[in-house]
Design a protein around this ligand. Structure first.
Ligand code: SF4
Ligand code: SF4
Length: 169
């Protein structure tokens, strides 16, 4: 097969190239190109302002946020069996499970549970490892605090669960 010979396009003389560059800068060609692109993709009918915190934004269904320790809704007892699997699964080693063994039942009993939210990357490995669905990463996203110490949540706070603030004017 015979391919056509490539077009022999002569290069612009250096004076023309410099003139082009000069006029592009003079008339802000790149600026207007950017503005056209911006306004082409910013259709006013799709623009809205989130009224947070008066209105809480919707978060994705599978968002992983503030941790919670779930309780048995019928008995009010913790679902945690102190198996320590969440702690072992955590790549950050930020979960500490405290327990003792009940002499009568020979079962482990949860005594304490701490979760350092400041080091958590919300990967969900701990949640996946939990065999009783006790540990859950909820959809609450307001976890800011003023001190590092208050970022470490204890059992009481984890069992209480997120208490999202309701803001009013
Ligand atoms: S979400 Fe990931 S980083 Fe956070 S405690 Fe669970 S396993 Fe650790
Ligand atoms: S994996 Fe679940 S049941 Fe086991 S210690 Fe962690 S929270 Fe408790």
């Amino acid at each position: 097969m015979c391919l056509p010979a490539p077009l022999d396009i002569p290069a612009l003389p250096p004076q023309t190239s410099a003139m082009n560059s000069f006029f592009k800068r003079l008339f802000l060609a790149d600026f207007w190109k950017g503005m056209i692109l911006t306004f082409r993709t910013q259709n006013p009918k799709y623009i809205y302002t989130e009224q947070y915190p008066q209105e809480r934004p919707m978060v994705a269904e599978r968002y992983r946020g503030a941790p919670r320790l779930n309780m048995n809704p019928e008995t009010g007892e913790t679902l945690c069996i102190a198996c320590n699997l969440c702690s072992l699964a955590c790549p950050e080693n930020l979960i500490v499970v405290g327990w003792h063994r009940d002499d009568a039942t020979r079962r482990k009993v949860l005594t304490n549970f701490t979760y350092d939210t400041s080091r958590c990357m919300f990967c969900g490995l701990c949640e996946d490892a939990c065999p009783t669905d006790c540990l859950e990463l909820t959809q609450d996203f307001e976890m800011a605090s003023y001190t590092r110490e208050s970022a470490i949540w204890d059992r009481h706070r984890l069992e209480e669960g997120p208490t999202p603030a309701r803001y009013t004017r």
